[in-house]
Design a protein. Sequence first.
Length: 343
Amino acid sequence: MTVFSGDGRHRVAVLVRDGLLPIELGIVHRLFGQARDGGRTLYEVRTCTLHPGAVRTDADFTINVDHGLDALAEADTIIVTSSDEDYGPQSGGPLRGPLADAFATIRPGTRIASNCSGAFVLAAAGLLDGRPATTHWKSAHDLRTLYPRVQVDPNVLYTESGNVLTSAGVASGIDLCLHMIRRDHGAAVANDVARGTIVAPHREGGQAQYIPRPVPQPAVSSTGAARAWALANLHRPLTLRQLAARESMSVRTFTRRFRDEVGLSPGQWLTQQRVERARQLLEETDLPIDRVAEEAGFGSAGSLRQHLQAALGVSPSGYRYTFRGSRSADQDHSSPAGSGLPR
């Protein structure tokens, strides 16, 4: 979507409100401000607010914003940043008051994007009804509950549906801005901006890899002893019959009680625990990928790769690079192997 102002530049308006996270505003100005065709800047970025003047941040300083709703009315792209007092998570419902007035000034066809909890504002404006959207994984449940017509995906870094985009939060604003620059002016321009900012032009995977999910300690229950034993023996091939035997139950009874207590089948739970063990080993050790696969009970690098990709959207080496800063030279070319239990 390349729309040009009188001087040939695409006009971007960043809507900020009290409780602004300064990093989100800085990301937009830095990335769009670096986009050039030769020596010509491609974007004009303006910061605006509902009432021009001092805007409180979540840090120990304020920023002074000169532009008001006029910037929204003239913009080709509008980016709504988050706020620590965001409209939506507390109240829900449609836009009201100054925010409603602000959105009423936006021209039809304007590209509108949000970062983090800014998605609640877009949802309240009705822009996300029937569309895929994301927000920070900590707020995804609230967004889904308050605005059930929104197709919330808490696993991705950003979404795009027509001229409406959302991103997961804070640094994912980088991914979203690079995506829009790439859409407007191609990969070469976006890659130059990424190099200038010293960030990856495109990140692997989604939010799932950043959500902490420690291996839980089994609760005291009729299947707790079997789960505790399984966690201590994840490196071994485990069968449903073995787990049931730990509780002196038939396979059928054990499976029924396990699902009642855990909410998953034994096979699903075991795969989940193997993935979490692999994550821990990739983050905290330098073990080769093949060895990580063995210790987590996947048997082969190929099986580990398959399950990590399905759960987190990223390869073992990509995950390790994200959280440990080193890539493994191991090749995940082994044939897939199952967990040993039915799903």
